[in-house]
Design a protein around this ligand. Sequence first.
Ligand code: SF4
Ligand code: SF4
Length: 184
Amino acid sequence: MNSRLKDLLKEYVELECGVQELIGAQCGPVCGLCTVACCCRADICEEALESPFLCLLHKRNDLESDAYGFLTETGCALKIGRPPICYEFFCEELLEAQPDDQHRDLLKILGRLPTHAGQNAHGEAHWVEVTQKEELEHLAFQRLEKQMQECFQALEILRSFFDEGTLLDGADRVLDRITLSELD
Ligand code: SF4
Ligand code: SF4
């Protein structure tokens, strides 16, 4: 494995853990009491096995079960390497539980960071969509390294907002890079 891919994987683990921790703190109380059918689906879990990039992270070969995928009684069995959609999806109930529009908007940006980090990794394909393991050695590393830095800058701002209630100087400029990238 080339060193740039190795570094990216290491950084992505840090990013995913940071996003997961913050989302867990914001959503855990609501999701923990969820009376609706859980939004996790086995076909989404399977995407984690079909993606060589995600396999390098979670190192799993099989689902926990055919019916529930990686979902267990204690939550998702994947500590890292979940499909980005797992972070990007927020149901209406969850969004309504946020105190105001600003919390809702910033929560959506937080959930988008794993997607932003890996977009256009190989042509227009996200790194999760790269199907051949060998192609991971030839990703658009310069672009990905820049996107990773953008994600960490945004994560710092979002952590400060959700933990301490303060929005750091220059927050809009940094967060706009994440929201505008949806149009790419
Ligand atoms: S995101 Fe919504 S549907 Fe999914 S577990 Fe949380 S509250 Fe339930
Ligand atoms: S969070 Fe885990 S269990 Fe839920 S859909 Fe994603 S991979 Fe599957």
